[in-house]
Design a protein around this ligand. Sequence first.
Ligand SMILES: NC(=O)c1ccc[n+]([C@@H]2O[C@H](COP(=O)([O-])OP(=O)(O)OC[C@H]3O[C@@H](n4cnc5c(N)ncnc54)[C@H](OP(=O)(O)O)[C@@H]3O)[C@@H](O)[C@H]2O)c1
Length: 245
Amino acid sequence: MNTYAGKSAVVAGGTSGIGLAIAELLRAGGARVLVTGRSGTGLAEVRDKYDLLTLRSDATVAADRAELADRVRAEFGTIDALFVNAGVAGAGPFEQVTEDDYDRVFDANTKAPFFTVQSLVPVLAAGAGVVLTTSIVNENGLPDLSVYSASKAALRSMARTLGRELLPRRIRVNAVSPGPIDTGILQRSLPIEVAEQMIAGYTESNPMGRMGQSVEVARAAAFLAFDATFTTGAELAVDGGASQL
Ligand SMILES: NC(=O)c1ccc[n+]([C@@H]2O[C@H](COP(=O)([O-])OP(=O)(O)OC[C@H]3O[C@@H](n4cnc5c(N)ncnc54)[C@H](OP(=O)(O)O)[C@@H]3O)[C@@H](O)[C@H]2O)c1
């Protein structure tokens, strides 16, 4: 399958879960793909295993974002797709949230994506697609997710505003909005009993009676980046119907 032959892409936050699934899908289709992450170990693993280009880059650090833009320029000249996928879960019951929790989640999920797009706009080819990873919780009021949900709601808004501002450059900006996806992010980000309780609840309440797989989100993200040529400012849910049924 050479669906993406001749294309190049960056997945910011691409060493595990949904981001890695996007990178794998595009690479299997013939694209050249650069993934970022903070952990050197994760990067070394995926570079060899999946034949990906890698850069250790923390999206919350301005110097790292500038270095990413330089590397993209040197490696590709311009890219056809940018997936802004890195994000963290958190931060617990409303009354226990600290200012540090709030800043950490908004830094990672809202500020870093905004400035990642800004840093990489100069290396986005005309006609390129940007895909932001939001979350279906940005639309409802689930407990313990006040900060996370708000951070993703702000990001959803940016798909609209950046979509508008980048239109003159022929760059489309859309969001893919996962429901509960089995990537381990909850277990890594929350106390294990809270994570397990949430997973059981999601499975039980989901119209399809299961959690989603990363590749199911990856297919939707690739569609938005490459095939949805008359779509910008939109958000596509990948959630087993949870947000609609
Ligand atoms: N899983 C779900 O159920 C679900 C549902 C809705 C939305 N989402 C969203 O989907 C996205 C991916 O989630 P996931 O479950 O696939 O998570 P994951 O498995 O933890 O993957 C996150 C990826 O982002 C990287 N990353 C995290 N912070 C970073 C930073 N500051 N700079 C650069 N890279 C960073 C991680 O690598 P390092 O740790 O090495 O940095 C990793 O490669 C997130 O935005 C998440 O909020 C997930």
